[in-house]
Every structure is written in C-alpha cells, then in structure tokens.
Ligand binder design. Structure first.
Ligand code: 13P
Ligand code: SF4
Length: 436
C-alpha cells in the first residue's frame, strides 16, 4: 500500500483530471508542501485541525532555504542518508507513529509519545535528538535528556491543537477557583482535595504546574495506572487537556460520568455549580483532539455491516460513545501490538491517525486493516514535518549549526521533571521499536 502522502497526491491528480477519486481527503490543500503554510500568521495547516483556534504566540516556522524546497524526493533522500551517515552516533532521530512514511523511514526509534520519551534518554552520548513529532514531545525530550544534548524539532510549526487548548493562565485560574470551592486541607485519610493530572499532550509549563502541586503526567498507555496513583493521594482529579482520555479512562475504572463535570475555562467555575463540583471525582478540561473527534459510531456500524467479525480498535482520545461501541481501545502502542499479535487473516477497523493505520496495513499484509474514517485526514501538525525540513536541520547540524532547538527553561524543567518522574515511577516506559 502506498504512503498517505502519495495517496493524497493521487487523489489530487484524479480530481484535476475530472475523475471521481475513490477515497477523498478532508482538505485539497493537503497536497501542498508544508512550507506553503510557513507564514507570519500561525496556522495548524490543512486537515483535521483547521477549525481549531491557534494561539497567537504559537511557534512559527520561517521559510526554509529554496534548495530544500525545490529538491526532489530522490535528492532529499540521498542528502538525508548522507548527513545521517556522516553524523553517525552524534545524532539520534525519533519518529512518532503518526509521522509520514517519508520521514519515519529515517528514524532510529519509532514509537508512541511514552516510548519516545524513554528513547530520548537512551543515547546520552548523542549531541542532538532530532524529534520527528510535535512540539510537546520535543519539550519532553529536552527535559528528560542530558543538559548538553540539543533537541531539534525540524518544523517549529508542528504543534498540537489539543495541547494548545489548555494554557498555564487558564489552568492556574481554574486551580484558584477549585481551591476556593474545596479548600486546601487533606481529609482524615490524608488525601488532598484535588490532584492535577496532565496528559503528555500539554506544554512543559503545565507539566511543571503538576509537579509543583503534587500532580503527575500521564500518556494514553498509562492513564489508568496514573489515575489510580492520583486517587490514592487525592479526593478528586483535575484532568487536562483531553476530556475524552480522562472520561474514557475514569469510566473504565468504574467512575460514573455524572461525577465528571467539564471545566469550560471561559466560564466562572468552569460553567458548573458548586454543588456539582462538590460531587465531582474527575474534573475534565474542555479539550479534544480534532483527529480523533472525527470517529463516530456510524463508522463503526458501517464497518461491522461490511465486515462481519471485524475487530474495531480505537484510540482513547475518541469520544466516549465511540470507545463504548468499539471492541477495544488503547494507545498507539497498544494498537500496534494488538495487530502484531493477531492471527493471520484478522480484519481490523482502526480509529487513529491515518499514517499509522496505513503503515500497519502495509506491514501486515496477512490482515485486512483499514481506517474507520473513510476520508483521508492526517494530523495536520504531525504532517508539517517533511523530509525537506529533516534534510535542512541535519545538514545544518553537520556544519555546526543547531537549528530549531527546543530548550525548556530550567525553572520549568525542574518541577516538570518531578511530574514526569512520578509517572515513570508508576509505570516505566516500554522500549520504542528500533527503526530501519
Ligand atoms: P500516543 O501517546 O498514543 O503516542 O498518542 C499521542 C497523540 O498525540 C495521540 O493523538
Ligand atoms: Fe495533537 Fe491530535 Fe495531532 Fe495527537 S493527533 S498530535 S492529539 S492534534
């Protein structure tokens, strides 16, 4: 099966010829190279996140030199391989499962955000960690790696619209209001009123916020264990930014959805009454992933009708009714392992980012694997990383220039590491797959 990028190009060619393409994309702009969107006005780029509100101070990527923008795929391939070879152990390239195939093929480690956080610590001798993923992942890698190592994000505009939905000011304001409602004194068993839990998909400042307030970080692969940890220490949890991961995980632990009010940062008390907050067990931030929000129960019904016996697996960032209608839900690593372990001939309908689903389909031709969403809609920010940016940062590093460095100030790193370490003490990160 071809890569998502080549599928999108093919759809565009068919559309230009006036033919009706088989699959369609959510945006015809996806066919444009990512530097088309490297402008002074920040934007997430074409695709699922287009309607999300981007903060005005979101990192911007300036135009990369013409020699990279104009280079053919073959030239970029030769240049990346040559730079990687010349740099040897001086550089390690990490690739998230959602990266395009044209980038993942250069990664030394491929994995989910949890595994890549561990991979970032695994090569202390490397001078640079080139993170082919999104901004919060590069921040985490910087905080966990050695002080002399540089973390490089090939395209600074590769953010995460969900992570941007919770900012430090709004969360601090929420916290103050919760302290007014609940006070700060522990109960008879020593549990504090609220434990803050931030999803890995959040800024370093929010991880630091948690570290300073007895809180912790979680990822989609350890959220249940982390919530258990939090309830041993607190009467309730403030979970941000992803409402769906929070709701799905807490519900699976037996917590009633009635006890999970949503916090809308634009409203006083988040739009809740103090009575509702008094009953709350998990306060959910009003955040979501635009990629996973697209999956629906109708898509699951259609998959079941077309493929009786199909195994439906979705990521826990999907809405609750989608997770409930699926056979299983789990992190990207869970999905990859479930596919690898299945008997040959299994049919999978998968609810997660399309690059990962199409890659699994090519890696496991003995199965039938397809994405629940028939529309090709990659994560628009992951898609901002293209081989041209990788070639640019690698060749620059070879010449002694560190471009696009993500460096978290130590005043944030120190408390954020506390929250990250708590997570790693609860569940040690599994090892990422070694790339080709
Ligand atoms: P994982 O933690 O499963 O890698 O997911 C990260 C992410 O951004 C999902 O949308
Ligand atoms: Fe963020 Fe969703 Fe993209 Fe993951 S898939 S990086 S949560 S926008």
């Amino acid at each position: 099966m071809s890569s998502v990028n080549s599928t999108i190009e093919l759809i565009q060619i068919q559309e230009n010829r006036g033919e009706t393409p088989g699959p369609t994309t959510c945006s015809s702009r996806l066919v444009s190279p990512p530097w088309t969107f490297d402008t002074q006005t920040p934007e997430y780029g074409p695709g699922a996140s287009m309607e999300d509100f981007i903060p005005s101070d979101a990192p911007r990527q300036g135009q990369i030199p013409k020699e990279y923008r104009n280079a053919s795929a073959e030239e970029l391939d030769l240049r990346i391989r040559a730079a990687k070879h010349a740099l040897g152990e001086r550089v390690v390239i990490l690739g998230h499962f959602y990266q395009r195939d044209e980038v993942v093929k250069y990664a030394d480690f491929v994995g989910d955000s949890f595994q890549l956080a561990r991979a970032a610590t695994s090569r202390p001798a490397a001078e640079a960690i080139v993170f082919c993923g999104v901004h919060f992942m590069a921040e985490t890698a910087d905080m966990l790696s050695g002080p002399k190592q540089s973390v490089i994000l090939p395209n600074l505009a590769a953010g995460c619209s969900m992570a941007d939905m919770a900012d430090i000011d709004s969360v601090s304001e929420c916290w103050e209001q919760l302290e007014e409602v609940y006070g700060t004194a522990p109960d008879a068993s020593g549990r504090v009123p609220v434990i803050p839990v931030t999803y890995m998909n959040s800024s370093a400042a929010l991880k630091a916020f948690c570290g300073e307030r007895g809180g912790i970080v979680c990822t989609s692969s350890n959220a249940a264990a982390v919530l258990k940890w939090a309830f041993e220490r607190g009467q309730r949890v403030l979970f941000f930014p992803d409402q769906h991961l929070g709701r799905n995980t807490a519900k699976a632990m037996g917590i009633s959805v009635d006890k999970m009010p949503m916090w809308d940062p634009r409203k006083q008390l988040g739009g809740n009454t103090s009575e509702a907050l008094a009953e709350a067990q998990v306060i959910l931030w009003h955040g979501f992933c635009s990629v996973h929000k697209r999956f629906s129960v109708e898509q699951i019904d259609a998959a079941r009708a077309q493929y009786p016996g199909v195994r439906v697996i979705v990521h826990p960032e999907c809405p609750m009714e989608v997770v409930d209608a699926a056979d299983e839900s789990g992190s990207t690593d869970y999905i990859a392992k479930a596919v690898a372990a299945a008997p040959a001939g299994t049919t999978f309908a998968i609810g997660t980012e399309i690059n990962m689903v199409q890659r699994l389909a090519s890696q496991y031709p003995q199965h039938t694997i397809f994405c629940l969403d028939p529309v090709i809609c990659p994560c628009s920010t992951m898609y901002r990383i293209h081989p041209a940016y990788l070639a640019w940062v690698l060749e620059s590093f070879e010449r002694g220039e560190v471009l696009n460095r993500i460096a978290v100030p130590s005043a944030i790193t120190v408390p954020a590491r506390v929250a990250l370490q708590r997570m790693l003490d609860v569940v040690p990160a599994p090892v990422a797959r070694v790339g080709q």
